[in-house]
Design a protein around this ligand. Structure first.
Ligand SMILES: Nc1ncnc2c1ncn2[C@@H]1O[C@H](COP(=O)(O)OP(=O)(O)O)[C@@H](O)[C@H]1O
Ligand SMILES: [Mg+2]
Length: 227
């Protein structure tokens, strides 16, 4: 199986005056195409930082990340943006929908920006897939948290990403709604083969993935196979 993500000796430090803060300390792991992978750990353990570096959102200064066959250190900001547009999807804890656009528009706009003439049809199909066929023309404020997160999921899948990074996708949802969102993520993985990398502090969610990486104080405490 091909590796879609390889992280080698990845470190991150912040200078705070004369003090050096080590946020990530020589992290190593690989993820295979189609795999479901969770990153867990206490607040402040470096999960979001690790996700941002792995997904090409932030610049790497120590170590290597290979994403979709590209060494991220060899790409500039624009190169990373292009790689993300082509292959990578994101879901954030706070949904990040555009408030002035309807659910349908939130999903269709990224497709339109890519020059996709069937954007609206594709967006409609994606919203149906996440069970929002009756909410297409609602604005984010007219949707519940769970519905907003499902719109964000539909949007994340609009470029048919090879790999989807989700940072605490259920963090702002109640337990039952969170469970629905997770089941939806896993079903999209199954149907479309999208690799999932999910940051969560919810161990129940993490248990549903194939492997769990436990971070503690910026180090890998444990890499656990669940199958
Ligand atoms: N821009 C920054 N400057 C300095 N410290 C930061 C910065 N971003 C994050 N940190 C620190 O890095 C650590 C890890 O943060 P983060 O990756 O957000 O952890 P988690 O997502 O696991 O809660 C925290 O101690 C945080 O304060
Ligand atoms: Mg975080």
């Amino acid at each position: 199986m091909a590796k879609i993500l390889r992280v080698e000796n990845l470190s991150k430090t912040y200078e705070n005056g004369s003090k050096k803060l080590v946020i990530l300390d020589k992290i190593n792991f690989d993820i295979e195409e189609g795999e479901t992978f969770a990153i867990v750990g206490p607040s402040g353990s470096g999960k979001t930082t690790l996700l941002g570096l792995s997904a090409g959102l932030d610049r790497i200064d120590d170590g290597t990340v290979d994403l979709c066959g590209q060494n991220l250190s060899e790409l500039d900001e624009d190169g990373r943006a292009e790689l993300r547009n082509r292959h990578v999807g994101f879901v954030f804890q706070n949904f990040q929908l555009i408030p002035t656009l309807t659910a349908l528009e939130n999903v269709a706009v990224p497709l339109e920006l890519r020059g996709d003439s069937s954007a609206e049809n594709e967006a409609t199909a994606l919203l149906e897939k996440v069970g929002l066929q009756d909410r297409m023309h609602h604005y984010p404020t007219q949707l519940s948290g769970g519905e907003q997160q499902r719109v964000a999921l539909a949007r994340a899948f609009c470029n048919k990403p090879k790999i989807l990074f989700a940072d605490e996708p259920t963090g702002n949802l109640d337990e039952a709604t969170g469970k629905n969102v997770v089941d939806l993520l896993l079903s999209l993985n199954k149907d479309l083969g999208t690799t999932l990398v999910i940051v969560t502090h919810d161990l129940e969610l993490a248990k549903k993935t194939q492997r769990i990486l436990k971070l503690r104080g910026g180090k890998v405490q444990k890499l656990q196979n669940q199958q």
